[in-house]
Design a protein around this ligand. Structure first.
Ligand SMILES: [Zn+2]
Length: 163
């Protein structure tokens, strides 16, 4: 995914010309001369466990349609990150959860998304699919299904190592 996301200046509407730097972290506006910086996006994801099992969702959206991932999604501007994590779990799985600890912060060079991964536990609710999820299920950590994102496997490994 390219890091440059704007074609036109958000200030004056003129076309933007990407700066000739390798990572495309900013553009220069040809109209007003302002430098437009591309901030990272923040996503929150949660490992909900039950014995040696973790809760996964079968994705109903691209990228990774039909493959499995941890429940999670983008943090809204002004939203508490832990609340975003719990909101995404509820939306995608039907389970109300309490966020219990931070697993870690995961980022990659030239990738715009920073993922903040939490551990959480189920408080109430029962498993339900949503329009974003084809299926929701617990999987044994030694027998995970085909995952949409290598990063989720990395997060689960970090969680296993921290428990
Ligand atoms: Zn401009």
């Amino acid at each position: 995914m390219s890091l440059a996301t704007h074609k036109f200046c958000p200030n004056c509407g003129h076309p933007l010309k990407p700066e000739p730097n390798e990572s495309h972290t900013h553009s220069l506006c040809s109209g007003c001369g302002q430098t437009i910086y591309y901030d990272p996006k923040v996503a929150a994801t949660t490992v909900i466990s039950d014995n040696q099992q973790v809760l996964l969702v079968k994705r109903g959206n691209e990228p990774g349609y039909g493959l499995w991932s941890l429940p999670g999604g983008y943090v809204d501007r002004g939203e508490i990150v832990e609340e975003a994590a719990a909101r995404e779990v509820l939306e995608e799985t039907g389970l109300s959860v309490k966020i219990t600890s931070l697993i870690g912060v995961f980022s990659q060079k030239t990738h715009p998304v920073i993922v903040i991964a939490f551990a959480g536990e189920q408080i109430s609710g029962s498993i339900e699919t949503s329009d974003e999820t084809l299926a929701v299920a617990f999987f044994n950590i030694d027998d995970l299904p085909e995952m949409a994102f290598p990063r989720d496997t990395q997060i689960i490994r970090s969680w296993i190592n921290s428990t």
